[in-house]
Design a protein around this ligand. Structure first.
Ligand SMILES: Nc1ncnc2c1ncn2[C@@H]1O[C@H](COP(=O)(O)OP(=O)(O)O)[C@@H](O)[C@H]1O
Ligand SMILES: [Mg+2]
Length: 386
């Protein structure tokens, strides 16, 4: 390495979504594992208002803990000057100063979860500014983010998904059919009765159901509803995050995750050993608390399922990765049902990388420790011509 320039990696984290703190925690872990002999790291935070700033990237201050406050980009920012990507480099623009360049960046590692990070918007910005980045491209990011289209693509490719109903904004606002529209109905109405039709369709799913924002993450805005009584409230709560909502039949069984990496040298994707999510008993399901704050939630790796089911999970994880034309990395989440079948729950194109997250743990258990894992993700991005 002596005399040779190190590879410059901009680790971008934080972001405008509700998963800001989770992204900070992902960055904390990755920044502590990235090989300083090989890489020169620029830790760039996106504040919740969308400003890009240079940060200290101090892993100790980016950790999630049950007691302390949630980590944020603000708390590690070292300058208020805004950074913008331009022509493969990052430029700093402070008010009243001539913009200066932070130098060429070989690759951006967008450790962002949720909207404006994992949904294709950031990927589009990087494409437009000629900046190379790791992970899924524009389409795969958008397709993986939207649970409706994700399921449509999975089913079209023959992958098994559970039963669900989509609650669209226009239909929800159209009212129950008896009397005037029940919603605020600011825009054009789909005609009376659409909401009633949707409620009837949901009732046919049986109880309980899971109500979720179509484009969300980290279980934020998700409720488990046991009867018609709590349904409208749960839909309104999910609508706070996305005006499109999915209501799914609750699946009885075990939650199993599988981590995927893009194949080496253009080969097929590779799947890790699957792991089981064991949710802390204080949580009703794998909610935000259970995911990041309760120490009783653990991963059991390998997942305690028959070898044939584990093989099926790995096969389906790679098929799901390919179904949305994913690149770089992903984590595919499944249910192993009490009947012994496997259902795809979702694909995450930028999976959590916190110390409590399945993605780094499952790769470590598959023989790829975190520094090598990060290395592989960066290297597969460097090989690409965007
Ligand atoms: N259909 C379902 N049946 C049973 N549990 C579910 C279902 N959908 C979601 N859950 C529970 O809610 C959690 C979060 O849902 P998920 O769809 O993975 O959303 P997110 O994108 O926020 O992670 C899951 O890990 C699981 O615990
Ligand atoms: Mg999930």
């Amino acid at each position: 390495m002596q005399g040779q320039r190190k590879i410059r990696v901009a680790v971008v984290f934080g972001g405008r979504s509700t998963e800001h703190a989770v992204s900070c925690a992902s960055a904390g872990l990755v920044l502590s594992a990235i090989d300083p002999e090989r890489y020169e790291v620029l830790p760039i935070g996106i504040a919740t208002d969308g400003r890009w700033v240079l940060t200290s990237g101090d892993p100790a201050r980016l950790a999630l803990s049950a007691s302390g406050s949630l980590p944020s980009v603000e708390s590690v920012a070292v300058s208020g000057a805004e950074i913008v990507p331009r022509g493969g480099s990052l430029q700093v623009a402070a008010p009243g100063e001539v913009p200066r360049s932070l130098g060429e960046v070989d690759v951006v590692l967008p450790l962002l979860h949720g909207t404006y990070g994992e949904d294709g918007t950031l990927q589009g910005l990087l494409e437009m500014t000629g900046t190379r980045y790791a992970g899924a491209g524009v389409f795969a990011s958008a397709a993986g983010m939207d649970k409706e289209y994700m399921k449509l693509i999975m089913s079209a490719r023959g992958l098994p998904v559970g039963r669900y109903v989509v609650v669209r904004d226009r239909d929800w606002r159209s009212g129950l059919g008896a009397g005037p529209c029940a919603g605020p109905c600011a825009g054009p109405c789909a005609g009376p009765g659409e909401r009633k039709r949707i409620l009837d369709e949901i009732a046919e799913l049986g109880w309980p159901v899971f109500v979720k924002p179509a484009r969300g993450g980290s279980s934020i805005g998700i409720s488990r509803v046991v009867s018609l009584d709590g349904l409208e409230e749960a839909i309104e709560a999910a609508r706070e995050h996305d005006l499109k909502v999915l209501v799914e039949a609750a699946v009885d069984g075990m939650e199993v995750e599988c981590a995927v990496l893009e194949g080496l040298d253009g080969g097929p994707p590779e799947a890790s050993v699957p792991g089981q999510v064991v949710v802390d008993e204080r949580s009703p399901f794998y909610d935000f608390q259970a995911k990041y704050l309760l120490s009783g939630t653990t991963m059991r790796i390998p997942a305690p399922i028959p070898a044939s089911a584990a093989a099926e999970v790995r096969r389906l994880a790679c098929a799901a990765f390919d179904a949305i034309s994913c690149e770089g990395l992903a984590r595919v989440d499944f249910f192993y049902t009490t009947a012994g079948t496997v259902l795809v729950n979702e694909i995450n194109t930028m999976p959590g990388m916190t110390p409590a997250s399945g993605f780094p743990m499952m790769w470590a258990a598959s023989g790829l420790p975190l520094p090598q894992l990060v290395d592989r993700i960066i290297q597969s991005a460097l090989r690409k011509q965007r």
